[in-house]
Design a protein around this ligand. Structure first.
Ligand code: PLP
Length: 345
């Protein structure tokens, strides 16, 4: 199969597109008086449009990750990154994406909204990608391969070797979703970026950083791919409040690291607690901040916990996750309460 250049993978309308040119992107220098964007001139702290390319934020992330700032895109959550990838690379009703279920639901929803078909190549019983089967399922209309590692809802990581093999052999764009990478014992696929020009690595501030409410996702890729994101994104997709909040968090990295350490300790403890319960059949190994737990009566346990004011995620009707509940690791107090409720059950 011929290895496609990125230019050949872009939808024709996107290649031809003249992007919107905002006032802030046309004049970038300093000035005393800005009368170019129809803003309200009275200072509210937020009367000006934000930096469309969020350079202050990117400079900090670049330093943290050891990657050039031109290789970073920031979106309104990873969900915007997923949506943009599909809109840049997939021609509706012609091209398709490949996903490896059971996995994160947004890949399919974004594809469905865009009227782009989805090919599924299920994970193995041990939740690993079948590299050969994925490459066999790919053809010239396979534009995107989504790999979620650590995977939601199974919690395990894929080996960097398998990710590399897929990135090498897949003819389209391979997007590795690393929403849970901060909790993982395995290294990030960021180290593979220089080797594979069609690789995109996605991360987020929604999990370990404790900032799901500000909606900020990251994509790391070649400058060519980042340029495409910037061409297609809404001009001011990351608002001023979000940019300020994340700058503050990035200056307080220790806090994030403390939370991660605490959650990893709690994950181990919770797994120990749960393994002693009679109705728990299996606790899947987790590289994330949640546990996928196979139980004898998932629906009854779910309903019982709801009555106690504790909500977990019922994944028992998802193929390969039969009988499983997905339980997020909470604070020590929350985990204790969960455990006590389960003992009562
Ligand atoms: C939670 C999660 C995200 C986060 O999405 P945001 O839009 O950044 O909040 C992305 N991917 C996966 C697999 C997730 O579980």
């Amino acid at each position: 199969m011929l290895n496609m250049s990125i230019d050949n993978l872009i939808r024709a309308n996107i290649r031809r597109l003249t992007p919107y040119s905002s006032a802030r992107s046309e004049y970038k220098g300093r000035a005393d008086i800005f009368l170019d964007a129809n803003e309200n001139p009275f200072d509210t702290g937020y009367n000006r449009y934000p930096d469309p390319l969020q350079w202050k934020v990117k400079d900090k992330i670049a330093k943290l990750k050891g990657i050039g700032r031109e290789k970073i895109f920031l979106g309104n959550g990873s969900d915007e990154v997923i949506d943009l990838l599909i809109r840049i690379f997939c021609e509706p009703r012609e091209d398709h994406i490949i996903i490896l279920p059971p996995t994160y639901g947004m890949y399919r929803v974004s594809a469905d909204i865009a009227d782009v078909a989805v090919r599924e190549v299920p994970l193995s019983a041990r939740f690993q990608p079948d590299v050969e089967a994925v490459l066999k399922a790919a053809d010239e209309h396979s534009r995107l391969l989504f790999l979620c590692s650590p995977n939601n809802p199974t919690g395990n990581s894929f080996s960097l070797e398998a990710i590399g093999q897929l990135a090498k052999g897949f003819p389209g764009i391979t997007a590795v979703d690393e929403a849970y990478i901060d909790f993982s014992a395995q290294a990030s696929a960021l180290s593979l970026l220089d080797q594979y020009p069609r690789l995109v690595v996605m991360q987020t501030f929604s999990k370990a950083w404790g900032l799901a409410g500000i909606r900020l996702g990251m994509a790391f890729a070649s400058e060519e791919i980042i340029g495409l994101f910037n061409k297609v994104k809404p001009p001011y997709n990351v608002n001023q409040l979000t940019q300020e909040a994340v700058l503050k968090a990035l200056d307080n990295r220790k806090q994030k690291e403390q939370w991660v350490q605490s959650l990893l300790g709690q994950r181990t403890l919770l797994a120990q607690y749960l393994s002693g319960l009679e109705f728990v059949e299996r606790i899947h190994p987790s590289d994330a901040n949640f546990l996928l737990v196979k139980v004898t009566e998932p629906r009854r346990i779910y309903d019982f916990l709801v009555e106690q004011g504790i909500i977990v995620r019922d994944r028992s009707r998802v193929a390969l996750c039969e009988g499983c509940l997905r339980i997020t690791v909470g604070t020590p107090e929350e985990n204790e309460k969960l455990f006590r409720a389960l003992v009562e059950f």
